[in-house]
Design a protein around this ligand. Structure first.
Ligand code: SF4
Length: 80
């Protein structure tokens, strides 16, 4: 069962994740560029994104694992 949402951008329906720590807020539609927000930011217009939260967490974990693998490969000089 999903824990109670934290009411941060990471679990907000208006948030679009872009990096492991940031994304954009699309609460105001049609902007030429959406404002960048940290995943831990919050505001009064927060809306629960439901299952999307798990997809975002999975994407962040996969991206962090990829970055860690790249660092290990670079550190040893072994190209795979
Ligand atoms: S700034 Fe507010 S509305 Fe925008 S993504 Fe974050 S919590 Fe949601």
């Amino acid at each position: 069962m999903r824990p109670v949402p934290k009411k941060i951008c990471l679990d907000c329906r208006n948030f679009s994740l872009q990096t492991v720590a940031t994304g954009v807020c699309k609460v105001v539609k049609g902007l030429p560029a959406y404002p960048v927000k940290a995943t831990e930011d919050s505001c009064a217009r927060w809306l629960d994104c439901g299952q999307q939260y798990y997809i975002r967490i999975g994407w962040i974990k996969a991206r962090l694992a990829q970055e860690q693998d790249a660092q290990i490969t670079t550190g040893t000089g072994i190209i795979t």
